[in-house]
Design a protein around this ligand. Structure first.
Ligand code: ATP
Ligand code: MG
Length: 190
């Protein structure tokens, strides 16, 4: 599951858990992006903070792991590189790339798009207010999955943290504490 995870929240975790259950996945690897290609105009927390929050949020689930492939690779993050690195690390695995429908909609604009279909099955989780509406996606390459309506977004969590409003129960407890400990999102100006 790819994401910026700035911060990781319960929407991500429910989506991952639903995908794992419905597709009978052995493991969900959370892959925090390095420099997100589509977020170059906004400031994103240091990769190490996003990585550690993802580790904290997933630590209690034996089927959830976190990969550093994107944050350790220099330059912008492209999904084709992510999939290549994951495939090299797990040559026998059948890969599913899980992301939000809003992200999958952009897929035709991603680097080396035609190659992506051969590397993984794509799983588009729909969040409240988003439907998958792209023509030209191969129907057998993308599975759409509805997750229970969780209207949580990282942007809203960041705004709340900045305004001194609670993020309790939107993100895991350890992530609430991590944000406070490091003063994340305080000086945010979006
Ligand atoms: P931001 O608000 O900064 O865009 P985000 O909440 O969308 O952050 P990302 O790290 O960009 O978080 O999310 C990774 C993927 O998870 C995205 O493709 C996104 O669509 C999906 N996602 C995020 N929140 C939810 C949610 N509540 N339910 C289902 N999918 C979600
Ligand atoms: Mg988003």
């Amino acid at each position: 599951m790819g994401g910026t995870f700035d911060p990781i929240h319960h929407g991500h975790l429910v989506a991952a858990s639903e995908a794992a259950a419905l597709l009978d996945l052995d493991e969900v690897v959370f892959v925090p992006t390095g420099k997100p290609t589509f977020k170059q105009h906004q400031s994103v927390s240091a990769a190490e903070h996003r990585y550690l929050m993802t580790v904290i949020a997933t630590a209690s689930n034996p089927r959830f792991t976190v990969s550093r492939v994107d944050i350790d690779r220099p330059g912008l993050t492209y999904t084709v590189d992510t999939l290549r690195d994951l495939r090299d690390a797990r040559p026998d695995a059948d890969l599913y790339f899980i992301s939000g429908a809003d992200a999958i909609e952009q897929i035709l604009t991603w680097k080396d798009a035609p190659q992506l279909w051969e590397m993984a099955h794509f799983v588009a989780v729909t969040r409240p207010g988003h439907q998958l509406t792209v023509d030209g996606l191969p129907t057998d390459g993308v599975t759409t999955l509805e997750v229970p309506a969780l209207a949580i977004s990282s942007s809203d969590c960041r705004r709340r943290a900045q305004a001194g409003q609670p993020v309790w129960y939107l993100v895991p407890d350890g992530v609430v504490q991590y944000i406070a400990k490091h003063g994340l999102y305080r000086g945010l100006d979006e």
